[in-house]
Design a protein around this ligand. Sequence first.
Ligand SMILES: [Zn+2]
Length: 139
Amino acid sequence: MRITRAGREFKACCPFHKEKTPSFTINDAKGFYYCFGCGAKGDVLNFVMKHDNLDFRPAVELLAAEAGMAVPQDAPRDIVREKKQKNLYDLMEDAAQWFTVQLHDPRHGDVLEYVRRVSWIAKRWRSSALVSRRIITMP
Ligand SMILES: [Zn+2]
């Protein structure tokens, strides 16, 4: 995935639809992406979930692992226990908030810094290309 700077943003060909002229923009400062071609948008977590077809937690764990840190195992379960009476939507919202708080915790500053670096897309893109190649060459 070739990323070029365009003013305050970065541009690339969208990984979510076929195109020859880049309409996929990354706002590094605000930490989100938007595609003018297909309307795909979100933050780094959303990108990894969509790009790698992962659920929320595995996506967080993958990002954390790439930044060299572990996601606490018990905290989301505590949330589940607490919010058992709430519906699934509220639960997802709480979990999302929990992860957001964790990401912005100064103790986890390295993750946020990693997340903010634009190289994340190139990295995700490269590793998924490696994975698909590995699948193809598997006996
Ligand atoms: Zn697109």
